[in-house]
Design a protein around this ligand. Sequence first.
Ligand SMILES: [Zn+2]
Length: 253
Amino acid sequence: MLHVISFIFGALVGSFLNVCILRLPKEESIVWPGSHCPHCKSPIRYYDNIPLISYIFLKARCRYCKESISIQYPLVEGITALGSLILFIKFGPSLSYLFYFLFVAALIVITVIDLYHQIIPDVISLPGIGVGLLASLMIPQVTFSNSLVGVLLGGGSLFLVATIYQWFFKREGMGGGDVKLLAMIGAFLGWKAVILTILLSSLIGSIIGIMVMVLKAKDFKYAIPFGPFLSLGAVISLFYGENVIRWYLCMNR
Ligand SMILES: [Zn+2]
C-alpha cells in the first residue's frame, strides 16, 4: 500500500516538475498562475491535470485547441513516479528517502532543461548544494565531512577540467552550470561518488558523443549538454555506487 502511495506521490511531484521545466528557463513564477495550455492559453481543469492518466484520456491533445501535448509530460511524471517508488523500496519511510527523492527530482528538472536550453539553472543547483550538506547532518548514508569534500572535489575538479579545456580548445566546452551541478552531486553523495560520477558520465557521454558525430557527420563543435550525463552518472552512483567501487577494488587486488 505504501508503495502505491509513493508511486502516486512521485507522479504528482513529476507533474509539478513539468511546470518547473517549462517556467524556470523563462524566469516565470512556478506557483502562479495555474497550469494552462502553452498553445491556446486555456486553463487546464483539475480533471485534465491528473498525472499520466489525463495524457492518455485526452489522447495527447489539448481539450480546447486540439494541439498535441508533448510526450515530455507523461515521461517526466512516469520517471519521477518510478524514481519515488524505487527510492522508497531502497530506503523505506525515512528522511533518506525524502532527501534522495528531492535530489533525483532536481536531477530530472536539470536534465530536461539542459536538453532543451543547454543551461543548468543556478536556482536548482546552488540551493541543492545547501540541501545536500544539510541532508548529510540528518541521514546515515553520508557524513558531513564526506559531503563537504564532495562539494569541493565536485566543484573544483570540473572547474579545473573546464579551464584546461577552454585554454586548449579556445572555447567553452563545459559550462559553469556543470561545475555547480557536480558540486551538488558531491553534497548529496560524498566524494567517492563524485569520482564515480565523473568516470561514468565521461564514458557514457563519449559513447553517445561519438555516435552523434558518426550519425550526423559533424565536427567537435556539435554541443551536447553534459548535464544529463552527469545526472545519469549520479543516479547510477546513488543506486550502485558501493557495488561498483567494491567490484573495482576486487578487480585490482
Ligand atoms: Zn490548447
